[in-house]
Design a binder for this molecule. Structure first.
Ligand code: FO1
Length: 318
């Protein structure tokens, strides 16, 4: 069993590559729920939906979130009637929010709702939230000398990642409960964990903050491989590099490797960062250099294949 830890767009691209090369029973995708929030009566789960839409092949190709071929009648009417329009809910996307709300209101756990929605999209691989109970990323900021704290979507969408970040906290993490389906997998035989190229601070850190997952990874008997979310000093997508700079870290693959430390056993870095290979290897981390820019499904599957081959090598030596 391969367990992939994924956040938003970067994570989804590798997840779809892994799903292309592994049968459904051999892959579990654990998704960040720190981006989730209550909005207009809905529980919005952006990373779960991005992974689900990408695996179903219906994700919006440019934005990475929401649906392909989307229409905006609902949002246009919300705007005309003076409703909140800073967070765009497309007409097709809305169907998932309505079905999720209906199921959650019936008392079903988020994991059950997620598995059911994925099944309705014809997805046969297992997509699970990191927790069945709410975990909410709070972004600590410093604006004009004033300390502040923002809900994730306020920071990311409403304020377009402009505020300077000083740190993060994950409200609800201490009491987070992993889904029963995930607890079963964690107790079972896992060949490797693959950390997808997601934002270390707001996509991967929330998953590590779930106590049962942190404990499981600490006591691991399998290799943890991470694909660098930084290529050539920039984030493939999103604010990871900006956050690193604001946290006093040089935005580089090497710095990300240092940041993860012993939580990761081996690194997959992009060929554009091949010159950093030795320095990462000196962190006592085997390194695979590959083309990690997943610009299409074929490249995602190709990278997934190489990552799995690397994991196999590591298992043999572990
Ligand atoms: N990101 C935006 O930048 N603007 C939006 O209006 C927006 C709406 C939205 C609706 C549903 C959804 O699942 C995701 C959405 N996102 C939007 C992306 C969202 O902010 C994600 O949290 C990011 O992609 C980071 O993971």
């Amino acid at each position: 069993m391969i367990v992939a830890l994924a956040g938003g767009v970067g994570g989804a691209r590798l997840a779809v590559g892994l799903a292309a090369v592994l049968p459904p029973g051999a892959l579990t995708i654990v998704v960040n729920t720190g981006d989730d929030f209550e909005h207009m009566g809905f529980t919005i789960c952006p990373d779960l939906d991005t992974v689900m839409y990408t695996l179903a092949g219906v994700n919006h190709p440019q934005t990475g979130w929401g649906r392909a071929g989307e229409t905006w009648n609902f949002m246009n009417e919300i705007r005309r009637l003076g409703g909140a329009d800073w967070f765009q809910l497309g007409d097709r996307d809305l169907a998932v929010h309505v079905l999720r709300r209906e199921a959650l209101h019936r008392g079903l756990p988020l994991s059950t709702v997620t598995l059911d929605l994925a099944d309705r999209f014809g997805i046969r691989h297992t997509i699970l939230p990191m927790s069945d109970t709410p975990v909410r990323t709070r972004v600590k900021t410093m604006v004009g000398g004033n300390k502040g704290e923002l809900a994730f979507q306020d920071y990311f969408v409403r304020l377009r990642c402009r505020p300077r970040v000083t740190g993060f906290r994950f409200a609800g993490a201490r009491s987070a409960r992993v889904p029963a389906a995930l607890a079963r997998i964690m107790r079972g035989c896992v060949d490797a964990v693959v950390i997808c190229p997601s934002n270390p601070f707001v996509s991967v850190a929330p998953i590590f903050a779930v106590p049962a997952i942190r404990t499981w990874l600490k006591a691991r008997t399998f290799p943890v491989l991470a694909v660098s979310p930084i290529v050539g000093g920039v984030a493939v997508k999103g604010p990871a590099a900006k956050m690193m700079r604001e946290l006093g870290l040089k935005p580089s693959t090497l710095e990300v490797a240092r940041h993860y430390g012993k939580r990761v056993d081996a690194w997959v870095i992009d060929q554009r960062d091949a010159h950093l290979r030795e320095r990462i290897a000196h962190l006592d981390k085997p390194v695979l250099v590959a083309d990690t820019l997943m610009t299409n499904a074929t490249k995602s599957a190709g990278l997934a294949q190489r990552v799995l081959g690397f994991a196999q090598q590591l298992k043999n030596v572990k």
